[in-house]
Design a protein. Structure first.
Length: 186
């Protein structure tokens, strides 16, 4: 909806970070921001979204963290926002061209506060959002690193509707199956 109303993210100009945040906030039921001192985060007492620019607490306790990239032409020296979902799906622009990361901790401050267990990440592109670890990123940063890089398990959970990579990872295959521990023993 945001893209339909305002155009692709990389065209938003230097104000895109603030604009993106304003538009995202309209879509969420936010009750506040999470402020977590580093010492508490290290003890696992806060959501596992440490590097996000902003961490929003929703009315259901979920914490959503947003980390921004820079638009093309921005004086910011950070990564630039230029890749479309098509770039990512074809294997190019998977990391450096994304416009933002969205991390979701489904149970907020409650433990375990670990990627791939209760925290999942998505990448925002100029024209949409993809879960981290989608099949096209398999050889780079995808499921091959799940659960060692827990954020890369997001696509598995969405596409296969389970977290069996925590139980029988060595028996599963993202793109060829089996997709569950139950199917692996057949």
């Amino acid at each position: 909806m945001i893209i339909l109303e305002n155009g692709e993210l990389n065209q938003w100009g230097d104000e895109s970070k603030e604009f993106f945040e304003q538009e995202l906030v309209k879509q969420l039921k936010i009750i506040g921001e999470q402020d977590c001192p580093y010492a508490l985060w290290r003890k696992g007492l806060c959501s596992n979204i440490a590097n996000a620019n902003h961490k929003y607490v929703l009315n259901n306790g979920v914490v959503v963290g947003v980390t921004y990239r820079s638009p093309i032409g921005s004086p910011d020296t950070g990564h630039k926002c230029y890749a479309s979902m098509q770039n990512a799906l074809s294997g190019s622009g998977i990391h450096y061209g994304s416009c933002a990361y969205i991390a979701v901790d489904i149970n907020g401050r409650s433990k375990p506060n670990q990627n791939g267990k209760d925290t999942f990440e998505f990448r925002v592109y100029t024209d949409g959002v993809l879960p981290k670890g989608h099949v096209q990123s398999y050889s780079n940063d995808g499921f091959s690193k799940c659960p060692q890089v827990g954020a890369n398990c997001t696509a598995w959970v969405i596409y296969h509707e389970n977290m069996d990579y925590l139980k029988c990872r060595e028996k599963l295959s993202y793109d060829k199956g089996p997709y569950s521990c139950k199917d692996a023993v057949k």
